[in-house]
Every structure is written in C-alpha cells, then in structure tokens.
Design a protein around this ligand. Structure first.
Ligand code: CO
Length: 313
C-alpha cells in the first residue's frame, strides 16, 4: 500500500514538473507578444489619437500575435494612475502623461506590463517617466540579488526621492498565478520593512511615480469588472451574458466595451443586472490625491531555478 502511494506521489511530481515547463513556455510566448507590441507602440501612440482606437489596436494586435488580452488595455492620463479603459463610445483623446498598461495571457498564463508616454513635450513628465523606468530597473536588480520585499521597495523609493518625487505607496506590484492577475505577495513601491523573499514564480513589479503626495484614492467606476461570485440572475439575457463572461474571461478582468462589442446595448443592460446581483466587482479609477501627474513603468519577471528572467522586455 505504502509502495503504491509512493509511486503515485512520484508520478504526480513528474507530471507537475512537466506542466511547469509547458507553463513557462506559455509565459515566455506571452512575454514575446508584449515585447513585440512595446516595439510598435511609439508608432501608434500619438497625441490626439482616440483612446478608443488605441485600446482596440493594442487588443487586436495581441490576438493577431496569438495571445489574449489579460485585462482591458488601461490608458490612464495625468493624475489618473490606473484603471481608465475607454467605453464603447469614448471620445477622449490621447494627451498629457499617458500610461499604456496592458497584459497578455495564454491559457491563463499572464504577463503584465506598462509604458508611459509624454505627449506634451513636458520636461517634468519626461523626468517622471525616466524615474519610473530607473526605479523599475533597480527593483529588478534587487530581485536578482534575492533582496527582501522591503529592500525592493526601498530601491524604488530611493530612486524616486533622489529625483524629488514620491512613489505611490498604496499601489504595488504583485504575484501572478494562473488566471489570477493579482496574487500574493504585494511588491511594495516603498520600504515597508518586509523581510519576505520572493519564491520561484511570476511577479509584476510596477513603480508609480509622482510629484504629488504619493497616494491614490478611488474615483468614478471604471467600466472594468471581475467576477466575484455566482449571483442570482433571473433575467435570461443577463444569464447568457454572464455565461459568456465566465467562459471567456473566467476570473480575469473585462470591460463594458467588450460586452457592448459582443452583445450591443442589450449587453450593457445585462451587465447592470449582473452587477446588481452581486456577481461582479467593478473597479474604480485610481486618482492621485494631489491631482499631480503619475508615471508608471512595469515588467513581469519569472523566477525559475534561482534565476530572474524579465519576460516582457
Ligand atoms: Co500589474
């Protein structure tokens, strides 16, 4: 009996090791899609392009290259630090300090990244962007040295303060797991004194930098949602929409624009009913408290066999 158990354990181990290698290949493929799009972004991101057009271009490019958007493309401007995605009839145009935050997944293996653009020819914006990029670089170097979470946060904070800026303390990097965009641990953008070390796994590091006080608050609803429960949905159209959401996005974020594209105006009504049933969480815009522009830089790293690989470079 014991022998049988032992064999079972061994074969299970071998199988999960193999799965791991397959998963790693999917993470790498997702990372290559991101790298390719990052190269193309400077040609697409121009002042006054409709954010709607920009989001759709990036999302369709992800699909063309063989991935799926891991969440709606976030195009947040100036003091909006994150979570702005265009609605289906959005008329906002690109301007100011624009953060292009997008993710790609292959069978739930997600990579997350962000690039900031200054569309004003503003020295201050450019300095914010450079600082965010340098902070990210230093944070990755610390991950390579097997630093603690507190030390990684310290590195980010130091780069910001050296440039007379602040990191946004209540935004942070995060672990990534299958179909889970934000898993433990949080990777702080300041020294939170944590001694925790990063295990093998996939992590997003994302410093946010501002001249303001370095804190965000919840603004208006973003139109970005995530399934959080089953709900009790009586309306048959809404049930159909909910089934589509569960099938297509599972536990990943999606947006009203995507639902409009698939189901039209009736889809938006259904979305309201589903939300009212308690099955969805709707994210809020995240806005810098002193209304100062925010820059962001983000990469996803893989820690495997003690080595750090930047997947989205
Ligand atoms: Co992220």
């Amino acid at each position: 009996k014991q022998e049988k158990l032992y064999t079972e354990l061994c074969s299970e181990g071998a199988e999960s090791e193999e799965m791991n290698q397959k998963e790693i290949e999917k993470y790498r493929k997702a990372g290559q899609i991101v790298s390719q799009i990052r190269k193309e972004l400077p040609q697409i991101v121009k002042k006054d392009i409709l954010l709607l057009e920009l989001a759709e271009k990036i999302e369709s490019r992800i699909i063309e290259l063989g991935g799926k958007p891991a969440f709606p493309v976030n195009l947040s401007i100036n003091e909006i630090a994150a979570h702005y995605t265009p609605s289906y009839n959005d008329e906002e145009k690109a301007h100011g300090l624009l953060k292009v935050d997008f993710g790609v997944h292959i069978d739930g293996n997600i990579v997350d990244n962000s690039v900031s653009f200054d569309l004003e020819n503003s020295d201050e914006n450019q300095k914010l962007i450079k600082t965010a990029e340098e902070a990210l670089k230093k944070a990755i170097e610390n991950a390579e040295k097997n630093s603690s979470l507190g030390e990684i946060g310290r590195a980010i904070q130091d780069v910001c303060e050296k440039n007379n800026f602040s990191p946004i303390k209540n935004l942070s990097g995060h672990g990534i797991e299958e179909y889970n965009l934000h898993s433990k641990p949080t990777i702080p953008n300041y020294d939170n004194k944590s001694n925790v070390l990063l295990n093998e796994g996939v992590y997003a590091i994302e410093p946010f930098v501002t001249k303001g006080i370095g804190e965000v608050y919840d603004g208006k609803p973003s139109g970005i949602y995530e399934v959080r429960g089953k709900g009790n949905i009586r309306d048959s159209n809404a049930r159909k929409v909910f089934e589509f959401i569960l099938e297509e996005y599972q536990t990943l974020p999606f947006c009203s624009r995507w639902i409009f594209k698939k189901f039209g105006a009736r889809g938006l009504l259904s979305l309201r009913l589903i939300e009212a049933s308690g099955a969805l969480h709707q994210f809020s815009l995240l806005i810098e408290k002193s209304k100062m522009p925010v820059a962001q830089a983000e990469h996803t790293i893989l820690i495997h066999k003690g080595k750090v690989e930047v997947l989205t470079e």
